[in-house]
Design a protein around this ligand. Structure first.
Ligand code: CUA
Length: 359
């Protein structure tokens, strides 16, 4: 298998542009907001599925470019051959008397060439589709991914119920092992698209779809919701961390544990923060395993500290951004369902100290 390797502001109008062109614009926004931006590039495959799709794209582009080139050359040739005339030249009607056999033959050749080209595209499409369905699935990781306005809920499935766990907005997958993603939606139609690993697949409320992918090189790849799903559609990103098997298993093992008891120098502040978390609106929407917070309206925060970004890939996961996010999510992501939490500065610091222990 060949997989090419590669080293790896907002006003109202600025916010509208990425809503319609998320593929190109959100990569730029993420680069601005999340340090060391992950790859989001359909033209560079880092998995076998994306490689098949890339090959289909290259074939389609080459064929269409050849046809376009041939049409331009034919037009230029016709212009060059056309008789020069001025206002005084009498109309040339001689062609009316000539048989049109040559013209018919040219049209016949053009129709045959167009039909062959379309058949070639159809065949390439069918072969690509078959190749995508042939990914070996032994030893696959099973993930149930649910789309919400405007975040992703990921449930790692396991035949043993006690080994299942839930996380949000960031997937970890082992390099070289297949991943079966079962797609669902909680509200409206979303579309999963991780261009470096696979094509798009719709997430339709009331239906279940699957996507099979495999990352063949370690790295962080950025996925994006590719179906307009509301005001913050363009800010609905999914980071996929592909890592060696042992590293993935260690991460999964950590996710299965409940949140750790606060310890270290900031333990007292973290305990006060936990009490605030449970007493305020936080616990009515979020789960933190091992505490009384078990709601599932928003992302599971049991291991929030493990994530690189918050707000579905929009902001770096650090103190300053957490503080701004908790105080006024609407200012950062208008239309998001998270309400503002009014806390005194010292309380906010305690709450952040607690969130930072969730690793
Ligand atoms: Cu979800 Cu667009």
């Amino acid at each position: 298998m060949r997989v090419r390797a590669r080293a790896g502001s907002r006003g109202r109008l600025a916010a509208l542009i990425p809503a319609f062109f998320p593929t190109f614009c959100t990569a730029a926004i993420a680069a601005d907001t999340v340090a060391a931006a992950p790859l989001q590039d359909a033209l560079h495959a880092y998995g076998i599925q994306a490689w098949h799709i890339g090959r289909l794209w290259n074939f389609t582009l080459t064929l269409c470019a050849l046809v376009f080139g041939a049409i331009v050359v034919a037009c230029l040739f016709a212009l060059w051959r056309a008789p020069r005339a001025d206002a005084g030249t009498p109309p040339d009607l001689s062609s009316l008397a000539r048989p049109e056999r040559r013209l018919h033959r040219s049209i016949g050749w053009a129709v045959a060439a167009a039909t062959l080209g379309l058949l070639a595209l159809l065949a390439a499409d069918v072969f690509t589709s078959r190749a995508l369905g042939r990914l070996p699935l032994q030893d696959a990781v099973n993930i149930e991914l649910t789309g919400h306005q405007f975040w992703w809920e990921a449930r790692y499935l396991d035949p043993e119920a006690s080994r299942q766990f839930t996380t949000a907005n960031e997937l970890h997958i082992p390099v070289g092992r297949p991943v079966i993603v079962t797609l669902k939606s909680d509200d409206v139609i979303h579309t999963l698209w991780i261009p470096n690993l696979h094509g798009k697949r719709d997430m339709i409320p009331g239906r279940t779809a699957t996507l099979q992918l495999r990352a063949d090189q370690p790295g962080t790849y950025r996925g994006q919701c590719a179906e307009f799903c509301g005001l913050e559609h363009a800010m609905m990103a999914l980071l996929v961390h592909a890592e060696p098997d042992a590293q993935y298993e260690a991460w999964a093992e950590r996710q299965r544990r409940p949140a750790p008891e606060p310890s270290g120098v900031a333990a007292d502040a973290a305990r006060r923060g936990r009490a605030l978390f449970l007493a305020n609106a936080c616990a009515r929407c979020h789960t933190v395993n091992g505490t009384g917070a078990t709601a599932a309206r928003g992302p599971d925060l049991t291991h929030l500290g493990d994530r690189r970004a918050i707000a579905a890939g929009m902001l770096p996961n650090d103190r300053a951004h957490l503080a701004r996010w908790i105080q006024d999510p609407q200012a950062l992501k208008p239309g998001v369902y998270m309400p503002a939490t009014r806390l005194r500065p010292a309380e906010l610091q305690d709450l952040i100290a607690y969130l930072e222990t969730l690793k």
